[in-house]
Write a protein that binds this ligand. Sequence first.
Ligand SMILES: *Cc1c(COP(=O)(O)O)cnc(C)c1O
Length: 432
Amino acid sequence: MSLLDVLTQYRKDPSLAAGPASLLPDAETLDQSDPLRHKRDEFLLPAQSVYLDGNSLGPMPVAARQRAQAVLDQQWGEDLICSWNKHSWIDLPQTVGDKIAPLLGAAPGQVICCDSVSINLFKVLSAALGLNPGRRKIVSQRDNFPTDLYVVQGLQQLLGDAQRELEVLPEEEIEGALDDQVAVLLLTQVNFRSGYAHDIARLTRAAQAHGALVIWDLAHSTGVMPLELDQWNVDFAVGCGYKYLNGGPGAPAFVYAALRHHAALRQPVAGWMGHQSPFEFSPEYTPAGDIRQFLAGTPPILSMSVLDAALDVYRDVDIRQVKQKALDLADYFAARMMEFPSLQSLELATPLAHIERGAQLAYVHPQAFAICQCLIAEGVIADFRAPNILRFGFSPLYLSFRDLDKALERFAVIMKEELYALPEFNVRKKVT
Ligand SMILES: *Cc1c(COP(=O)(O)O)cnc(C)c1O
């Protein structure tokens, strides 16, 4: 019986989970047959905590720390400005882009590392609108990550409302809203709150059948979801360097632009690094004819170097195995949770079907904020998303099934004793 089968049975008949005999294999057995278990050695993790928030900020790969030291001491410290050539700093956005490309199912030359997801969205959305003149509508999902919607609203303001119109719809109305007025369909594959995952191939086909271009935000996908952007004929995508890619806080993001658009596209944040020949210092802007045209200013070499090193963790892993383990971890967690009476007040808000899920689970509880603070104080790092969601991320390269047992034992005590009601867990800081 698969872990999903156990979970499904428990949900059908909760008395099975409450019974004395668990239907789940034990964590140790699962860890022993985990093909990714050796990857944990490549990370620096605090000894006592269980990290279930790699979907927000990935932990530190050993290689990232070493690279940071080398870039500081040797490259910047000793070689100074010569490093632009000597250590190929100038090529880093492309080098890192090409390292990310296999995780996206993209041939080389279509991915570049730069800026933040928000800035990159502004660039690709402008470019996509430019490629589809005469159409007014941008369709997106109402529960998209807010920055995606803000970027559309900002661009709309800049262009004038008469030019563009943003239509934000609930998940289930998106396909029906695609028509010949739609210039761009802008979606995030994995919903940051619920963990629901869109079918990129199907929605891309549906949008393109009406002549729309598609932009996918892959912030909660890259590094954990098997992606085939070339095969699915995706037009543009953006994604994040600091979540599953473990590039460190504020690590630069990336842009994917299909090769077929490179010649015709124009992006508005024209800067010298996106120029065909930046070091000719010409007063006229001529964009680089390739993916480099998405660059604007000088790349952040320190953080991009760290991301470059962090990506080496992926050199020998099959992303399908990564996704499978993420699902297994989540299924195990959700099923084991049902075996603790004190955890029954939390309601799962993530779909069970594997193809409709990313690598996280969302639980709804009116005290989600305080519970999350209390979990963190007990060394179980999860996160809270307003108004009432407790989110657990299952990043497979360093988590074990035994970690989940450890986390759930602490979680059960917190709920049983209502430790979260203590005043110190009910104070909201700037970042929640
Ligand atoms: C994390 C995340 C972002 C982050 O955007 P930044 O501009 O890099 O801060 C964007 N979109 C989604 C869906 C995210 O989950």
